[in-house]
Design a protein around this ligand. Sequence first.
Ligand SMILES: [Zn+2]
Length: 249
Amino acid sequence: MAKVYLDAGHGGKDGGAAKGSRKEKDDVLKMALAVGKKLTEKGIEVKYARTGDVEKKLNDRTAESNAWGAQYYLSIHRNSAAPDATGNEIWVKSDATEKTVEKADKILRAVCRADGLRNRGVKKGAPSYTDFAVNKYTKCASSLLELGFITSSKDNDAWDRSFDKTADAIAKSLCEIVGVPWDRPREKGDVNGDGKITTADARLALRAAAELEKLTEEAMQAADWDGDGKVTTSDAREILREATRLSEK
Ligand SMILES: [Zn+2]
């Protein structure tokens, strides 16, 4: 299974950059979780550096990713500078291979198309030292994405307006990078779209049949086991049977 490590920068006492009450650590966590959800729906395994507002050392993040065997490591940040600075940029390690640069470039271009901000380019190293730790100590290809300037009202507007599009753009590029098709139709029975059929899917179908849950069009189609155009308890029962059969294999 494809594995992506998502590192929401900063956390806890380390708020990162800020503008008024808006903190980098909060923005990037929201983005990491949104991207991760989309990747999980495509059947990609995701590990997060953090899922809450906690502090975590950079070494612990990279060691965790290395031990887990991530295929790609993406660190998500927001830039800060004078109020007129604007745009997205992405950093790779100073001795990054051509392939690593291409991957970073793919993410950056997709993000700029999504939020409409200026493309400041793929940059090597770090602003005032050799390399960002998250790029230096990761065994797999990695990059550090600076999603606009938190110090710019224009960039913050773009962030808010395009949040979901940007999350989509990042997730889609990551899919391509780890070789998972973005547009693969959801398999019948895989109601939650995590790439497998389990009792969780049967439960979702049952909740939909009882009208306790409203499913997306894609999920409805996956839940409609007998293909009669509606989700019923008998569909849920068939999905449960399939999940049980698969788990016994
Ligand atoms: Zn940062």
